[in-house]
Design a protein around this ligand. Structure first.
Ligand SMILES: [Zn+2]
Length: 280
């Protein structure tokens, strides 16, 4: 028997789409409404040490307006979105001592976990900057994936989750071409991931809300795309990777708590939690 094996996402889908938006600013309220209307799932990277005061006001023309804690909780705690760390105070992490890096991450984790009653394991690098010391500190803090700002303009699954390069920013000149290519793709082999990132304040700064509206229209509502937040894709991939195979690959056990899908020699299979599947 051949051994041609590829992961498939839930329901056997070969494509996934995810979003990542940073800084916890008030235009996220309009952005979340747009994502929800289109059934899209996003991860929001939050600086819990920089929340605005509940009664904060901003001068006319200031587009960078952070949310107060009450609006943060009301906004992100629903409809399948994820909150992740972005450093407590948005530092250049690679400029800090290991102790200070750890403090920035753990303080943000602790605050978000207490506020949202969840376990936070994701991160986006403030300013997109990092080095190997930062990566190791994140790992020690229990962070399992961290997003960079280095666009690949590709749809590959991450191989190094703590240096997770997105497909592109929403202002990328090729974004609509990339979406078309992604929507048209019918992957027979490796699954494809489209990972889009940005900041909602940019839509006011550059007066281009219609751009993200067009992006949402173009990417949403596809039966063959799994719309998921970042940690869902990470956890699903880990569950797939935890499958235990016999030497002849005719027997496979799923020790995880998720139903997992894969394509073996051209045939699609699913395996339930704790199931052992015998492949005829
Ligand atoms: Zn940021």
């Amino acid at each position: 028997m051949e051994r041609i094996l590829f992961m498939r996402f839930p329901e056997g889908k070969a494509k996934a789409f995810t979003l990542s938006y940073d800084d916890g600013v008030d235009l996220d309220e309009r952005l979340v409404a747009l994502f929800d209307k289109h059934g899209l799932k996003a991860t929001f990277n939050i600086n819990s040490g920089l929340y605005a005061a509940e009664d904060a006001t901003y001068p006319e023309g200031e587009y960078f307006r952070r949310l107060p804690p009450s609006r943060v909780l009301a906004l992100y705690n629903k409809n399948g979105h994820e909150v992740a760390t972005h450093g407590s105070t948005h530092p250049w992490l690679e400029q800090l001592s290991v102790g200070s890096i750890t403090y920035e991450i753990m303080k943000d984790r602790e605050a978000l976990e207490e506020q949202f009653g969840c376990i936070v394991r994701g991160h986006a690098y403030p300013f997109g900057t990092y080095n190997d010391t930062v990566v190791e500190a994140l790992r020690a803090c229990g962070i399992v994936y961290a997003r960079t700002v280095d666009s690949t303009e590709k749809f590959e699954m991450p191989t190094d989750w703590l240096r997770l390069n997105p497909t592109c920013h929403h202002d990328n000149k090729r974004v609509f071409e990339l979406i078309r290519n992604f929507v048209d793709a019918q992957p027979a082999r490796r699954p494809k991931l489209f990972y889009l990132w940005g900041h909602s304040f940019e839509f006011e700064k550059f007066n281009n809300w219609e751009r993200i509206e067009k992006i949402c229209d173009a990417i949403s509502g596809k039966d063959d795309v799994w719309y998921a937040n970042n940690i869902e894709i990470y956890e699903y991939t880990r569950a797939y990777e935890s499958l235990v195979w016999s030497a002849d690959m005719r027997r496979v056990h799923n020790p995880s708590a998720k139903t997992v899908w894969f394509k073996l020699n051209g045939t699609l299979y699913s395996i339930a939690p704790d199931e052992t599947l015998v492949i005829e």
